[in-house]
Design a protein around this ligand. Structure first.
Ligand SMILES: *Cc1c(COP(=O)(O)O)cnc(C)c1O
Length: 385
């Protein structure tokens, strides 16, 4: 039987001179060269694409949008937030280096450092949020990198980004912030002096709860160094989710502004309600870091944490009664979600560890979506009854 040679070869002619309004998905693992000279040109850094684990036009287009959003020279996309964190650390730290990390940090970051990087000989030191008020005292001669978040899950404590960046620059230490909770709409850490911004693009950046992705943004030299590690480690994103993320980014500013406004309304309503013990939102004057947040954030974000009081049982009852808020982990999507920190990010923590993170057993974390604020408040009202 004659094999279908022409069917397996690409049809070039219909694709010439196409100018699509939206971003094409280059769903290919490899790219075609005309000549040995072109391959040499590629190897010497002059244009074109070779292999999609290195770079892909759909991915590059979305990376350029992300760099513009963060005010960065360059950005790279990875297959998850965790791939971004691990690739950045593999690129930037070596055995014997010390990493200073906020003790209140995303659980995945904490476990990556304690379970994997510590085993590779990296010295990991955790510091309380309060210790970040005097960041110069956090650094030793062995410190290579400081990793922190602001606002921090789930209490939305904030760290003075400019102060940490300044202390690090003075000592030639790299500062890295996980900017996931704020999004680039609300907070621009590179302008405040940090070296590297990381995002779980799974959250606000994509915003539709259907893409897992991670981003790193910074100056070209630093991103270039991490991009080399991405080739080796292999954590680049595929073109299809990169495309979906690019589509989500088009509505980022509109979504986040609406989420900011609704979260503020929800936080204010909860803070007037005598049935709850405490409400945490950086936009509330009662929040311990309201002044820091006002200085460094353009909006206070779409996350609200409520301590319903009465221990775990009352929190679980409130959680189970919700009708509009979906009971799910994750955040930053168009759907409002509720999670109980002691069942997710702080699962299995001792009382002492909970105290360190400022978390109680009666806390519920709300990620505010795009529903009508009155409907969300009505749901909280009935769930608290
Ligand atoms: C979700 C999240 C991550 C991890 O991102 P993935 O995309 O799930 O790998 C890191 N940091 C924060 C603050 C997050 O919320």
């Amino acid at each position: 039987m004659k094999l279908p040679t022409r069917l397996v070869q690409r049809a070039k002619a219909p694709l010439a001179n196409v100018d699509s309004l939206t971003l094409p998905i280059y769903e290919t693992t490899t790219f075609v060269f005309d000549s040995a000279k072109q391959v040499c040109d590629y190897n010497e850094g002059r244009g074109r694409y070779l292999y999609s684990r290195y770079e892909n036009p759909t991915v590059v287009a979305v990376e350029q949008t992300l760099a513009a959003l963060e005010g960065a020279e360059a950005a790279i996309l990875l297959s998850s937030g965790q791939a971004a964190t691990s690739t950045a650390l593999l690129a930037l730290v070596s055995a014997g280096d010390e990493v200073v990390c906020s003790a209140a940090i995303y659980g995945g970051t904490l476990h990556l450092l304690t379970e994997i990087f510590a085993r590779l000989g990296v010295v990991v030191r955790f510091a309380r949020v309060e210790a970040f008020r005097e960041p110069e005292k956090l650094l030793t001669d062995r410190t290579r990198l400081v990793w922190f978040e602001s606002p921090i899950n789930p209490t939305l404590r904030c760290i003075d980004i400019a102060a940490v960046a300044r202390a690090c620059r003075t000592r030639n230490v790299l500062s890295v912030i996980d900017n996931t909770f704020a999004s680039p709409v609300n907070q621009q850490p590179l302008a405040l002096g940090v070296n590297l911004v990381m995002h779980s693009a799974t959250k606000y950046l994509n915003g539709h709860t259907d893409v897992t992705a991670g981003v790193l943004a910074g100056d070209s030299a630093l991103i270039g160094q991490i991009e080399k590690a991405r080739r080796r480690v292999g954590g680049i994103i595929d073109p299809q989710p990169a495309y979906a993320l690019g589509r989500g980014l088009k509505t980022l500013a509109v979504r986040v502004e609406r989420q900011n406004a609704t979260a503020m309304a929800v936080a204010e309503w909860l803070s007037r309600d005598r049935r709850v013990a405490a409400v945490y939102h950086p936009g509330l004057p009662s929040h311990p870091d309201h002044e820091i947040a006002k200085r460094q954030m353009r909006g206070f974000g779409g996350m609200v944490c409520v301590d319903v009081g009465g221990g775990y049982d009352r929190a679980a009852r409130f959680f189970d009664r919700l009708q509009l808020f979906q009971r799910a982990a994750s955040l930053g999507g168009v759907e409002s979600l509720c999670s109980l920190p002691v069942l997710t990010s702080q699962w299995g923590h001792t009382d002492e560890e909970l105290r360190e993170a400022g978390v109680t057993r009666s806390m519920a974390r709300l990620s505010i979506g795009l529903e009508d604020p009155d409907d969300l408040i009505a749901d909280l009202d009935q769930a608290l009854t």
